[in-house]
Design a protein around this ligand. Sequence first.
Ligand SMILES: *Cc1c(COP(=O)(O)O)cnc(C)c1O
Length: 427
Amino acid sequence: MNIHIDYHLESPCCGSAFPDGHWELECPRGDGAALITTRYARRQFCPREESSGLYIYAHWLPVDRELLGSAAPVTYRGEALGERLGLENLYITFSGYWPERGAMMKTGTFKECEAYAVCARPGRRDDKVLVVASAGNTARAFGRVCSDNRIPLLLCVPEDNLDALWADEPWNDNVKLVCTASGSDYFDAIRLSSIACEMEPFYPEGGAKNVARRDGMGTTVLSAVARVGRIPDYYFQAVGSGTGAIAAWEANRRFIEDGRFGDHLMKLMVSQNLPFAPIRDAWRAASREMLPFDETTARRLAGEIDARVLSNRKPPYAIRGGLYDALLATGGDVLAVTNEEARRAAALFQRVEGIDIEPAAAVAVASLEQAVRAGRVEREAVVMLNITGGGMARYRQEHAVVGQTPDRVFPPGAPADEIKRGLAGLF
Ligand SMILES: *Cc1c(COP(=O)(O)O)cnc(C)c1O
């Protein structure tokens, strides 16, 4: 269904404003050193009663249509967990599958919010193929959304992460899956996607630079403010790229402009899974640049963490308007917790709230516990805990899920021309 949202794009690099419509990922005049942002004509937060699923927030999404099958994040007062942690005003924003709470994301994480926004953004090309590289959750979300809505999609995923690509039915054949062979990681999948994008039929989704991806993730904050009635004081989220936290900061600024929900910035308290914590390391060193690291060590450490989705080695941290700026502007911080702490937090969440959560979401819960224990969050503060994924065990219990079979598998270092020959004729 087509809808009309009045908005334009802006670039902080040169202050220019320009219309959306050509899948801009960077400022056409600038040098790509800053994230472009959306600016909506409608300054007042006003969920759309005529829309359904995620699109109730379409007044602050860069979209021109509503796709089928979407769901919005759900925020509720986390009394049981709050009591356990010693917090009086804890709000839990849940993206995933939890029917009793009205959370109906079939792919189980807030990556679904990104996919429904990106695939409804003007400038998409129906005559071309969207390319997405992912370690798992993003691929599962885009695969599902594109399959259901017949959008041509090429997914690039490491073969070792194929177990993340379950669904309640096989994807339609407008979605093709290509893998980098066992032993490879997310960065090999990204290389594969860049090589694909050199070919005529393919165009890149764009990651953090895609405004639809960020505003899609920002709906978690829209859901929270709608429920709480004001901007929270603290925002807790586990990060790999930090895109969700950047999005939260952007959404926060929209609420300040609205004026009815407060004029403060939530402190962004983001967290990583030890021993892989490159964002924490850079932030702790007060460095805008990520610190240099040894490739082999980074791969090894990334392999040791439970929350595999957090193993991003090139986050949009230094870029203007990126994570470093977001942390600085909001007085935020980067925390880190071990696998053991996160596992305990997941068990606690299951016990007191009654649903399974993703390892990454468990990292956020453990970081909140850590911050409260260290006296860094006041008892009466309004805290938004972003449970970025959950209910997947529940979903898989209730549905017979199937895996997906790759259409091509390439050795990690395969030469570009070999990859291109393999990709030609896929669509
Ligand atoms: C991707 C993902 C994250 C990290 O999100 P970013 O904002 O991109 O760093 C956290 N939790 C889950 C469940 C995810 O899938």
